[in-house]
Design a protein around this ligand. Structure first.
Ligand code: NAD
Length: 252
């Protein structure tokens, strides 16, 4: 169909994998990169929410065999991979004592090792791309001490360090690696957290009031930063981060 092969825009002719692309920030990234001309492969463990205009591949980023199979299927379908947006991630609440070893291992495997699995599987294709780029979704938790987010913060701090290490390893191969640090964004994830409160509307108002700009970050704002970082316009930029947090990181 027409929508699977756009031909205009800064990403025309390119193929982008978006992990976690069936919901929230990832879905906004998929829409934006498609609008910028890329063909989109959504990789998600639950593709039911994925935009029907995009090719969807069911994969769990914490399972290497499933990742290898899905990335191979993307390459077979499109014949190339130029962009990987590592956005799939899960949350974890509480201090260091709140989660057992299995939960630590599970969250780190999805949020951190998942990036390595997906990108490593795509590397042979990225090496062949004339404009290869990777963008990881980190978080304000990467750079800021958030209360009751110990495991989540550890995972996102690791995403930042991994972003720099990947940028260093692959810069001579022409593969750029950057990241975005979103603040609290208006996604189904945050919606679920709010819904679990006794008064979701009051909780949302309080959450908005805690943001420096008085509102939640829009997934489209995060997607715009990702679109810049994976586009030729940022061709001299690697190993860097864009904060999309209303200024929250400046206040702490
Ligand atoms: P979301 O829950 O709305 O979407 C996440 C998507 O990732 C879902 O479609 C889910 O199925 C998929 N996913 C989860 N685990 C997976 C796995 N093991 N394998 C494959 N897919 C998997 O969440 P969101 O709010 O859009 O968050 C997306 C990313 O942004 C996450 O990495 C999150 O840590 C990060 N982030 C979110 C916020 C926020 O406030 N929403 C802030 C900072 C960073």
């Amino acid at each position: 169909p027409e929508s699977l092969s756009p031909s205009k825009g800064p990403l025309a002719g390119m193929v982008a994998i978006v992990t976690g692309g069936a919901s929230g920030i990832g879905a906004a990234v998929a829409r934006r990169l498609h609008a910028d001309g890329a063909q989109i492969a959504v990789l998600d463990r639950d593709t039911s929410g994925a935009d029907a205009a995009f090719a969807a591949f069911t994969a769990d980023v914490s399972d290497r065999a499933s990742v290898d199979e899905a990335v191979a299927a993307v390459a077979e379908r499109f014949g190339r991979i130029d962009i990987v947006v590592n956005n799939a991630g899960i949350g974890a609440q509480g201090d260091i004592a709140a989660n057992d070893d299995d939960e630590w291992a599970r969250v780190l495997s999805i949020n951190v090792t998942g990036i390595a699995r997906v990108t490593a599987a795509a590397l042979p294709w990225l090496r062949r791309s004339p404009a290869a780029s990777v963008c990881n979704t980190a978080s304000i938790a990467s750079t800021t001490g958030l209360p009751q987010r110990a495991l989540y913060s550890a995972s996102k701090g690791a995403v930042s360090a991994l972003t720099r290490a990947m940028a260093a390893d692959h810069l001579r191969e022409g593969i750029r690696v950057n990241a975005v640090n979103p603040g609290t964004a208006d996604t189904p994830w945050v919606g679920r957290l709010l819904d679990s409160a006794s008064d979701p509307a009051a909780e949302r108002a309080a959450l908005e009031a805690r943001q420096p700009h008085g509102r939640l970050v829009s997934p489209d704002e995060v997607a715009a930063a990702v679109a810049y970082l994976v586009s030729p316009a940022s061709g001299s930029t690697t190993g860097t981060f864009i904060e999309v947090d209303g200024g929250m990181a400046q206040l702490r």
